[in-house]
Design a binder for this molecule. Structure first.
Ligand SMILES: Cc1ncc(COP(=O)(O)O)c(C=O)c1O
Length: 368
């Protein structure tokens, strides 16, 4: 083991250098240290698991890693544009949406930020804002930048399209930037594009022309297509100037060929999305009923179409124990205390019945 200048061993240095601060805690980190892993309930990925057809395609195309991806993100960018039904070309991709979140927050005009109407939401928006010395606005109307997630992770709250537009019209001052994360909206069902803000092209253009409000819609495709180990995302920008600015500061070759290929096959596989919609709502309902029967004091929250539930156990001790026993039984879940500062809450994914039965047995035997 080599030693560094200050005498630390390399392995000690690298592990301490990468310790995740509490504010940047994420789900999906426990599976590696869970003995007898049965299923990861700590992430919001879909019920289907990775798309088999896309995995087979990658298997047969692994040799592509011998080549650089195209600098212009093609053919993936055009395929994504047409899958979304976008009439313009102001779309950029990233290997995960997190790098795009950071890019926008770095480049949008300086000034305070607001997290929109959400009481708590996916933390990387705030983390990026703090990295670039933005302060939380005391009043949303004073914010230069609005960053919010709809439907919201972790709480599962959902604002309809009309409400979202009204919120933006009423709370975002002239000249501000609005970054709206709709990564969880595809679970809405076959009509998800119709209820998406990105599809309101005329309204987005009039907000820009009349009030100088820049509305950017961001998607992580990592969750709906269950590829947390690969990760892919995109942003839809309201005008060419914003597109050019983001493109200028984006690192080259930021979408690797495997992530691009995986997304490409998933988008064409209509069956995969249909099954996701068919199964998720029904299993979520059963999962919720079973939990409420066993733990009537638990408040199970979140929109019915989503792939996870946010549960207030009403007790920090109980939530902590639930997290511990879930992991011991091979089914890690997400504790709301870490990162989200909600110690009595837990978040768990909707999973196939045979997998959920293990988690339920763990709770029944160890929490009662
Ligand atoms: C709402 C939301 N947006 C974006 C992301 C980041 O996704 P990616 O893995 O594509 O960077 C997450 C991940 O948890 C998320 O929950």
């Amino acid at each position: 083991m080599s030693n560094t200048a200050n005498g630390d061993s390399m392995s000690e240095q690298s592990s301490s250098a990468l310790v995740v601060e509490d504010k940047a805690f994420h789900g999906g980190q426990d599976w590696m240290t869970t003995e007898n892993l049965i299923a990861d309930f700590s992430v919001t990925t879909g019920i289907m698991g990775p798309c088999e057809e896309a995995l087979s395609f990658l298997d047969g195309n692994l040799h592509k890693i011998h080549h650089y991806p195209a600098l212009d993100q093609e053919p993936y960018r055009s395929e994504l544009r047409s899958w979304l039904g976008l009439k313009h070309d102001n779309l950029l991709m990233g290997n995960g949406s997190s790098e795009l979140i950071d890019l926008i927050i770095r480049l949008a005009p300086s000034g305070p930020y607001s997290v929109g109407p959400n009481e708590v939401q996916y933390k990387e928006y705030e983390n990026s804002c703090h990295r670039y010395n933005r302060e939380l606005a005391t009043d949303p109307k004073a914010a230069a930048l609005h960053v919010f997630v709809n439907p919201t992770n972790p709480t599962g709250e959902y604002m309809t399209l009309e409400k979202t537009k009204r919120y933006i019209e009423d709370n975002c001052r002239n000249g501000s930037y609005v970054v709206l994360d709709e990564s969880m909206l595809p679970w809405f069902g076959p009509r998800w594009r119709e209820v998406s803000v990105y599809n309101q092209a005329d309204w987005i253009q009039s907000m820009l022309a009349e009030r100088g409000v820049h509305i950017i819609v961001i998607h992580s495709w990592t969750k709906i297509f269950c590829c947390t180990g690969l990760r892919i995302g995109s942003i839809i920008l309201p005008c060419r100037d914003d597109f050019d600015l983001m493109r200028k500061f984006m690192v080259p070759w930021n979408v690797n060929v495997l992530a691009g290929d995986y997304l490409s096959v998933c988008m064409k596989n209509k069956e995969y999305m249909q099954q996701t919609w068919d199964i998720t709502g029904q299993l979520r309902r059963t999962q919720k009923q079973q939990l409420q029967t066993e733990f009537p004091h638990w408040d199970v929250k979140g929109e019915a179409f989503l792939s996870w539930m946010w549960i207030d156990t009403k007790s920090e001790q109980e939530a902590e124990k639930a997290v511990r026993v879930a992991k011991e039984w091979g089914c890690p879940i997400r504790w709301g205390k870490k990162g989200y500062g909600r110690p009595t809450h837990i978040r768990l994914a909707v999973r196939k019945p045979e997998l959920f039965q293990t988690l339920l047995s763990a709770f029944k035997q160890e929490l009662k």
